[in-house]
Design a binder for this molecule. Sequence first.
Ligand SMILES: Nc1ncnc2c1ncn2[C@@H]1O[C@H](COP(=O)(O)OP(=O)(O)O)[C@@H](O)[C@H]1O
Ligand SMILES: [Mg+2]
Length: 318
Amino acid sequence: MSKPVIKTKNLTKYFKTPRGLLHAVESVNLTIEEGKTIGVVGESGCGKTTLGRVITRLEEATSGEVYLEGKEILGLKGSAKRNIYHDIQMIFQDPYSSLNPRLSLGDIIADPIETMGERMSKKDLHELVLSLMDTVGLPPRYYNQYPHELDGGRRQRVGLARALALDPKFIVCDEPVSALDVSIQAQILNLLMDLQEEKKLAYMFITHNLFVVKHISHNIMVMYMGQVVELAEKNELFAHPSHPYTKALLAAIPQPDLSSRGKNRELLAGEVSSPIEPKPGCRFSPRCPYASEKCRAGEIPLKEIAPNHYCVCTLFSN
Ligand SMILES: Nc1ncnc2c1ncn2[C@@H]1O[C@H](COP(=O)(O)OP(=O)(O)O)[C@@H](O)[C@H]1O
Ligand SMILES: [Mg+2]
């Protein structure tokens, strides 16, 4: 086993809403090793972005712990808290909204270094920015251009250059290719994978696209309404999906062959409701064909159903 970079312990985030407490992320335990990617999948609203935001401290967790290379970081304050941005970064679906439209690309990429990094001469900074641009495949001619002059793929490269500027160990990638054309998606995914290999980066890759997650991940975590329902090595998960929700999710991948569409497909019809003041037990149980009283009785233990394949379901907890 390689070195764990990020570990969470019972990481939980609730939002106060007028209708009650919304349990966006419930007691998540995960480990991400150096050079590895955990894919986080689940329908819209299941808590993927919130999980990324509490790990990176863009949002304060309600409870739980996050360890960066063994050191707890949610308790850090002041400059120690700011310093975690050297090691932990996040990239977003829409890089445009996170890039200052009034700054040139050179200034955008230099910004985190100037705010957080070592003091350096204008010349060294200029060279560092050019080398970051080179790393993400942006030719020097873009240095003086503005975000609106670029297409989505190049903007995402700028977002990535910015994220890499402080030489992080871990990057949360929140749907970074969802807004891009398919041909450009592949370029960005390959760039992320090349950078991972070169820099031994750990990634949490959030997506609702199961093709993308299969391409980029080593391990996959499936979430439903804030809860982890299944966690396994990628090929194991696709070969032996075990939680009824995971099965439904995989069955919902569009199949060219009509006859292979299982009954599970229909399960995911309709909207997922918000986890406001949720009832105890499995939140998928109202939609689950196998649900029994046991599913609603209380917390269901995480069970290792095969080596490194974990599932939270009463079908396996006996
Ligand atoms: N700032 C917030 N205030 C209240 N509720 C929020 C806030 N951010 C997210 N939520 C709710 O938390 C849940 C998880 O949202 P999110 O993490 O964005 O899901 P995902 O990224 O999987 O689509 C949703 O029910 C969403 O409405
Ligand atoms: Mg999201």
